[in-house]
Each structure stands twice: as structure tokens, then as C-alpha cells.
Write a protein that binds this ligand. Structure first.
Ligand code: GLA
Length: 387
């Protein structure tokens, strides 16, 4: 018999867990059934003295996540191994100050445009736009102050089978060079099916490119516990977008068959990453957009990643046409993560679901233009289980 579950939401107004205000929504399932919960507390302040909050979410199975309204960052996310042991599987820092100081987009919402736009320029409806340039000559991940560095309005969400956080941000006309006031909402859900589900939506008052993504670095053996080269990756992609030295797509959609980019069958990330291959040289490893074979805008399986020692399996589903597979090539031990663990070379990998890099300059790629009156939607699910 189906029994409806109820969830606890507790908000704290002052710093610290001790300062708990009244439960916003009370519990009740009785007979010892475990419930999902969500708690909000102040986490710190930015340099301009604005308060940043963090939400602690737990699902009915005991999986947990912490999400902050600064950059929409997933600070931690636990998943069970084959012995039922939960471990934090995303890279990140212990404090807000460390995120503000220097982060390679650990766990953040990226936008307006995830990935690169060549020379920070594009034309739309006959008008040329110039964006902030922050990656050599190119624009990367929304510019100097992208969605990963702003404070989002936030609120706790509860529904049957999931707890979540709603994030809202109004990106003003001209921000980082982009046209239009872009009204963006991101819902993060932690579901009782052990999923982190991310739903993006947006509207605009002028035509503008929109391509937000999520930038968690995963390590299914636990954050800080070694490199990810033994993780076995499957990508549901029969082509990828080769790039130039600056990681800008050449425009070609190249078949992966017979190359180190073929992950049709699960293959260890490290098996071919050191191959003598020009694309791997340009990326310093994998840092490429894969063209999902079955894209039709519906939520479909894009990738699976299996970590053989722990037995953890992560499936990635998305409505997007592409996914950037980045294997942590720029990590070099200089970022000291949670628990004082340094993140060395390739200690984490990202699967950034997206429209293809440099789409605003590539009319042959699926369009990422949002126009007034239209609704942008994108859903991505990271689902955890064991094998
Ligand atoms: C993306 C890019 C990489 C790198 C990381 C952040 O994955 O494609 O080249 O910039 O973000 O370090």
C-alpha cells in the first residue's frame, strides 16, 4: 500500500545549528520510517558583507547533500558503496571563504554559458556582442563573475519523495556582456531514488545565448581518495566535437569509433588518456564535448560511471544534446579540499551536460538562443546505485 511520506524542514536564522527556529513543516510517518529532511543555516559572509546560506538535505535512505546559495554550489553529496557505507563523492571545500578565494568551479551552477565562446564574441540578429574574456583569448563559463560567483535567492522545497532547493537569479542586461535581463531558476532535488536532479529554467527580454550547466567534480571512491583513472566510463555518444589548441570546436562532428574517445562500452578513464593523440594533447587529457547519439530533448541516459572498488555506479541523464567530459587535467594539488585533502592531478571528473561549446558562433550546432516569450528548460539527473 502506498503511504505518503512527509518531510521535515527546519530553518535556522542565526549562525550555527544550535540556533534552530521552529520547524517550518513538521514530520510524521510514524512507526520508525525514515524521512527526508532539509535544514537551512547561515554559512558565512562575502567580502561585501552579504550572508550566504547552506542547505543540508537528506533523503529517506540516508543520502545527504549540502547546497549553498553562493554559486548554487553542491558542497557535498554522499552515496553508499556496496557495503552501505556513505561517502562524500564530490570535490569541494569546507568553508565559504575558500570557494570565494579560488575554485575551479567545484560543484557550481555555471552560466550564462557553460564552456567556451571563441574570443568572447558572437553575433545575434545582426548585432555583434563582446563578452568578458577569462580563458586566454576566450570566454569561459559565463565570464569573470558568472553564475558560480553570485548569491542566488533561495528557498527550501519539499515534495513527495524528494527534498530540494529553489535558486533564483536575475542576470541583468549587459552582465558579462550578454544581452537581455535573464531570469533564471534552478531547482536542485535530492530524491528517494538516490538522485541529484537539477532542473533549469529561464526567460529573457532580449534574444541571448543560454547554456547553464553543473560543474561537480566526482570521485566515486570518495573526494580526495586518489585519482579517477580506474573509473569505468560509458558515454552514449557516437561523435565528439574536436577542438583547436584553445579548446574551441573546429565545427567538425567526428566519429569516436576507433579513437580514444570511444566510450560506447564502459572503459577505464585512464586506459587511453595517455595515448599519442592530438586531441588529447590539446585537452591535456579528456576535456571535450561529446555529441549524444539519441538527443531529442527528452531525458535520456548520457553516461554511466562505475568505480570497481566501492561498487558505486553513477548514471547521468539529460535533456541536453552534449556533455563535456573533463577528467580534472588542471588539478595539481594546489586546491586543498574538505578534510585537508589535496586534489591532485585527475582526482575528479566532470560530466557537464550542455549545448556544444561556441554554439553562438556555429549555426550548424543546435541553437542555444533564447528569445523573449520562450522558456528555456534543461533537466539533468545524477543517479547513484551499486553494482
Ligand atoms: C571545464 C573546461 C575545462 C576547465 C574546467 C575548469 O571543464 O572545459 O577546460 O576550464 O571547466 O577548470
Amino acid at each position: 500500500m502506498h503511504r505518503k511520506k512527509f518531510y521535515t524542514a527546519i530553518s535556522t536564522i542565526a549562525f550555527g545549528w544550535a540556533a534552530v527556529a521552529a520547524p517550518a513543516l513538521a514530520t510524521a510517518a510514524g512507526d520508525g520510517e525514515r524521512l527526508g529532511s532539509i535544514e537551512k543555516r547561515a554559512w558565512g559572509k562575502t567580502q561585501d558583507n552579504r550572508t550566504v546560506c547552506v542547505y543540508a538535505l537528506a533523503n529517506a535512505n540516508g543520502m545527504s547533500a549540502r547546497i549553498t546559495d553562493y554559486g548554487g554550489i553542491v558542497v557535498s553529496l554522499t552515496a553508499p558503496d556496496r557495503n552501505g557505507k556513505y561517502e562524500d563523492v564530490v570535490l569541494g571545500y569546507g568553508t565559504l571563504a575558500e570557494y570565494v578565494k579560488d575554485s575551479p568551479y567545484f560543484g557550481s551552477v555555471v552560466g550564462r554559458f557553460g564552456n567556451r565562446i571563441a574570443r568572447g564574441k558572437f553575433s545575434l540578429d545582426g548585432q555583434e556582442y563582446t563578452l568578458a574574456v577569462n580563458n586566454g583569448p576566450n570566454h569561459l563559463h559565463g565570464g569573470l563573475k558568472g553564475f558560480d560567483k553570485v548569491i542566488w535567492e533561495s528557498e527550501a522545497l519539499i515534495r513527495d519523495g524528494a527534498v530540494g532547493v529553489r535558486l533564483h537569479y536575475l542576470s541583468p542586461d549587459g552582465e558579462e556582456g550578454y544581452p537581455g535581463n535573464l531570469d533564471v531558476t534552478v531547482h536542485y532535488w535530492l530524491t528517494d531514488a538516490n538522485e541529484l536532479r537539477i532542473e533549469y529554467s529561464a526567460t529573457t527580454d532580449k534574444a541571448t545565448p543560454v547554456n547553464p550547466t553543473h560543474h561537480s567534480y566526482f570521485n566515486l571512491a570518495g573526494a580526495g581518495n586518489g585519482d579517477i583513472l580506474g573509473h569505468e566510463l560509458m558515454l552514449a555518444a557516437d561523435r565528439f566535437t574536436p577542438v583547436d589548441e584553445g579548446l574551441i570546436p573546429t565545427g567538425e562532428l567526428r566519429p569516436v569509433a576507433g579513437t580514444p574517445f570511444d566510450f560506447a562500452r564502459p572503459t577505464a578513464i585512464g586506459a587511453r588518456v595517455g595515448d599519442d593523440d592530438l586531441q588529447l594533447k590539446y585537452g591535456r587529457g579528456y576535456d571535450h564535448n561529446f555529441v549524444l547519439s539519441r538527443w531529442d530533448g527528452k531525458l535520456r541516459l548520457a553516461a554511466t560511471v562505475y568505480e570497481p572498488k566501492s561498487g558505486r555506479l553513477m548514471e547521468v541523464l539529460t535533456t541536453e544534446p552534449g556533455v563535456q567530459f573533463y577528467c580534472g587535467n588542471f588539478l595539481d594539488g594546489s586546491n586543498i579540499g574538505k578534510g585537508g585533502k589535496p586534489y591532485e592531478h585527475r582526482y575528479g571528473f566532470c560530466l557537464e551536460t550542455q549545448h556544444f561549446p561556441d554554439s553562438p558562433n556555429r549555426p550548424e550546432f543546435p541553437s542555444c538562443t533564447l528569445r523573449p516569450g520562450e522558456q528555456y528548460h534543461h533537466t539533468t539527473v545524477y543517479r547513484f546505485s551499486i553494482k
